[in-house]
Design a protein around this ligand. Sequence first.
Ligand SMILES: [Zn+2]
Length: 773
Amino acid sequence: MSISTPRILMRARLSRLPLPLPLQRCIGNPPNSTQSPSPFLSLWNRSYSTPRFGQEPTQEISLAKPATMPIAPDVLQHYLADSPPSVVPLQIRPHFEALSDQEKLYAHYISVASFAGTRVVLRQVSPESEALYDFIIALHHACAGDWIKAQKTAGLSDDDRKHFLDYAAQFLGNTGNFKSFGDSKFLPRISQKQLFALASISPVALKHYAKIKDAIFGAESEEVMHLGYPDGGHVTTYYPDSPNITKEEITIVSDFLEGKKLLPENTRLRKVQDGFEALIASEQKDPAKGDRDIEESEWVLEGKLQGKKLRLVYGDHSVEMGMIAEALENARKNALNSTEASMHEQYVKSFKTGSLEAFKESQRFWIRDKGPMVESDIGFVETYRDPHGQKGEWEGFVAMVNQERTQAFAKLVESAPSLIPKLPWSKDFEKDKFLAPDFTSLEVLTFAGSGIPAGINIPNYDDIRQTEGFKNVSLGNVLGAKAPNEPIPFIKESDLDVFTRCRDAAFEVQVGLHELLGHGCGKLLQETAPGTYNFDHSNPPISPLTGKPITTWYKPGQTWSGVFGAIAGSYEECRAECVAMALCCDFNVLSIFGFGDGSIDIDGPAGDILYAAYLTMARAGITALEFWDPKSKKWGQPHMQARFSILQTFLNAGPEFASLDHTAADLSDLTVRIERSKILSHGRPAVEKYLQELHVYKSTADIESGTKMYEGITGVSGWYAETVRPAVLRKKTPRKVFVQANTVVGPDGKVELREYDATPEGMIRSFAEREYI
Ligand SMILES: [Zn+2]
């Protein structure tokens, strides 16, 4: 899974963790983020979302295309490209420069392999995306990146130029003309006539433009603005050239292939005259029998599709898979240990022959490659965008371990036995031995695919997860990326200096405490088998909430997520966030991260970090409202729901500690006030009281009290729903698109990092200079 962004809103899927998010599995958006999907997304999800794999369909399968409705102009404007998009640099230089020459080469080849799959992603998004990519790159070459010159040659206005560049940056940032977060199409703001004028500056660009001129502006109905099953009127290219393929046919063929034990991630499905072709991504068009995952390659179907043929067709994306295999062969030659070499051997086999069994083997080696200097993963991984939820989108990343942060995290884990007793419960509610969750913080050099998550938890294959494990990584420079001069709503002028100076450091402290101690602490009191308990049943622990012996616990076979159900995800995130807010008040903890010497000094540098952490959380509690849907009165993002409740906890500590201040009726000047000098006396005790309830209800399977408490404090109504939320939406910034550095091998055989401006022009150049795409 990718974390939040992924998965972000994402898509609860498969049998993964109970996280509702996509890109983010656990981490969610950084608390200082105001970015989000289009405001339209929640509406869309509610009204039109297609059932995902593993979910019950909510409607009968329809065999006929539904009648479509033209889009009203006021709705159409929600689909216009962001103007301007939030273009941010993915900062990597110091971490890359810290690598040895061989490590740099190793990283370089994986980076090439990752971006070599760009055309695969484009083909997986929409029929027009690949030619649209060629069009943008052809224009760049025609004007050598001098867009003012292109503007003049084409006779365009400044606005026309800007609108085109904004669209191109958003397109490249999403690797296609549908948002990777929300799956809705976005349209250029430049007119068709002006875009034609721009295309006319180059015969090559004009040739590509001719192929896409209608498709990029196409908006005949709301259905075509969203990815989904073709018979729902939606767009998908996982079923290429098959406008009439039905969900029922997709289901029957997919189930049939599943019965044959053919894994689906690297496939597409095409409907042809006499039946269907399952296209398998591989360099080879006719792999040797011994290299195939199944021997047979053609069947005649029975049942509802009686008499139709089903053929396996190898060699889908053949050129790209060949380039990827070649680059990974070079990575293998520069591998840093034998596990990595074996991993790349299996990748190469998989991408040459189409074998997903070889891919699974690569993932087994990947898990065994513990704590590498250069981390990576590559392949058809996440299945969010196939309407049927089985076929994977191409992605590849390569990242460096952040050494300083890794050391701080290791020290934190070492200190856990002395830190956990400071939390507001007795050892009865704690595990005998602290087990740190697997967690690594990385800095990303390259992330190729439709969008960059904030964290990743893979592989997705449950059989591997259960027997061999998985890796859980947070992508530090993705979480910390921000545009220069990005506005910071809801923070007081007088706090802006300390906030901007310390928020990244504060967030790092927060992430470490949340991931390692937050999710790592606590014990579930269980009757593990009838009559057998993991606590003293004859003399039960005393609840710190009531002062009386506990009366509830997990019964045999019961699990935390099973008992707490739908609220489990957000509730657990909230518990982890509160652990972080409680422990970051400990100056010894701050000193582990290099802030202060452990002595209590709220006005010193370590106090700055603590204050920034509280401001960040309070502000996130406000921006969270964007993720609350007023129609269903539900939260769409578990971390944000949690942060809203923590803001309420601050406010409940009284006006002497925190308040929301404003003078304007529309809250256009809304800010949050946290009394720095009262964080230790008022803030920490308030958080600990809340945390104690969260923790004890979880430990004792007290679903009744836990739900009542959590639904109460995360409930949104009145002023928050009607006044604060609209003010938050008005201040929302577009989702970020990242400009990534490129690597090139110099004449001396050494790898150089090439960075680009964090502008739409720089974004285009960064792709144009990867000539192999
Ligand atoms: Zn978490």
